[in-house]
Design a protein around this ligand. Structure first.
Ligand SMILES: Cc1ncc(COP(=O)(O)O)c(C=O)c1O
Length: 396
């Protein structure tokens, strides 16, 4: 997810605007900032792009998840259903909120299977957090139907899916809140940054307060005059990070267009190869195309193909089943509940034992999956070479 590939004069200009004022804080200093409000501008633009009513920029995608959980009232002892294929931040934010992650199976969308949510439901379930992994959509309409029917909060982890949509609606706008990451390897980057979006003004206000020590931001230029309706924390973005992100956000259309073209070229060629099938993408027009995810016949073949692709110089092909990154199988710190200090969920009578969690259907899917990063900077010749190398490996 390579926004960093296209840093240029636009990013430099936005950052220099900020440095020239000396105002790195996103609030206040109205006189000194010479009209530059980078975080605010970013939020306005994010609303335009996603169609959401409100957006709050924050310090990371992980912070965005924490803000969304807090704003939606998900906290101590609440169970939250999530997929076993995600980044660790999804369950870290839940655990840090004092809540309890509960895993449900995924399907060939690589996202939560709406038909398997019921099996994870208990009388303590409070929320579902589907993750739109690798740039494309979960069955979000059916997941929303489930949440509505059961009275559950729906928060979308769209950290990997900026620019993605389902039936014309931007991912992250189906639930009460949607979360994005703008870390250094996302579709666009602030260096470090994240954002939440929502259509509900009260949720936005809660988020705005929670991410800044509970400040209601009603005290005008005197921060000391702000009241604190709730306890919060500091998940603020700096104007420098927001400035980089703003320049990047203005390039989003171009980024998505290049990704789609590069992905399509490789996918068409790979579709002719024996034994290759692709991740289910319910609405191909809404794929942000950051990854080309495909399946091999079985686990052994996927493992050997992934090694052979690496050896053949086809970089950026992740076999998540074996690495420690995005799949439950190797999340040893979760399985051992290795916190830096005692965790809130350790106080629960029904403390979960993650070493015993079994997700056989998800194992069967991720075990066969390879996900290939799509880059912006590839030349036509590099894409041709890549295709040739892939064909050679698969046909071997
Ligand atoms: C699915 C998912 N959720 C959350 C995050 C956390 O984002 P950040 O790195 O900005 O904290 C990431 C980042 O990789 C992610 O991929």
């Amino acid at each position: 997810m390579p926004g960093f590939e296209i840093f240029g004069d636009e990013e430099r200009k936005e950052v220099m605007d900020v440095l020239e004022t000396g105002v790195l804080f996103r609030y206040g200093f109205e006189g000194a900032r010479k009209g530059h409000w980078k975080a605010k501008e970013f939020e306005k633009k994010l609303c335009e792009i996603t169609g959401a009513g409100h957006a709050l920029l924050c310090s990371s995608g992980t912070a965005a998840l924490s803000i969304a959980l807090a704003s939606c009232g998900v906290g101590a002892g609440d169970e939250v259903i999530i997929p076993p294929f995600t980044f660790v931040a999804t369950f870290e934010a839940i655990i840090n909120a004092g809540a309890v992650p509960v895993f449900a199976e995924i399907d060939e969308t690589l996202c939560l299977d709406p038909d398997k949510l019921d099996a994870a439901l208990t009388d303590r379930t409070r929320a579902v957090v589907p993750v739109h992994m690798c740039g494309a959509m979960a069955k979000i309409d059916r997941i929303k139907e489930f949440c509505d029917a059961k009275g559950l909060v729906l928060i979308e982890d769209a950290c990997q899916a900026l620019g993605g949509s389902f039936k014309g609606r931007h991912l992250g706008t189906f639930g009460s809140m949607g979360c994005f990451s703008f870390d250094s390897v996302k579709t666009i980057t602030c260096g470090e940054g994240g954002g939440v979006i929502t259509d509900q003004k009260e949720l936005y206000q809660r988020a705005d307060q929670y991410a800044d020590h509970g400040h209601d931001h009603l005290g005008g230029s005197d921060r000391g005059a702000d009241d604190h309706p709730i306890l919060g924390t500091n998940f603020r973005i700096s104007e420098l990070n927001a400035a980089v992100g703003l320049a990047q956000l203005n390039k989003l259309d171009r980024i998505i267009k290049i990704q789609r073209k590069n992905k399509q070229t490789i996918k068409e060629e790979m579709a002719t190869l024996p034994g290759i099938t692709f991740r289910k993408i319910l609405d191909p027009a809404g794929d942000s195309a950051t990854f080309l995810s495909f399946f091999l016949e079985d686990e052994a073949r996927a493992r050997s193909v992934s090694k052979a692709l690496g050896a053949a110089g086809v970089d950026g092909c992740a076999y998540y089943f074996d690495n420690n990154w995005h799949y439950l199988r190797h999340w040893h710190h979760l399985k051992n509940l290795s916190g830096a200090a005692k965790l809130p969920l350790e106080l629960l009578d029904n403390k979960p034992d993650y070493s015993k969690v079994e997700v056989p259907l998800s194992d069967g899917i991720i075990g066969r999956n390879i996900s290939m990063q799509i880059k912006l900077g590839w030349t036509d010749q590099e894409i041709d070479q890549r295709i040739k190398a892939i064909k050679k490996v698969i046909q071997n």
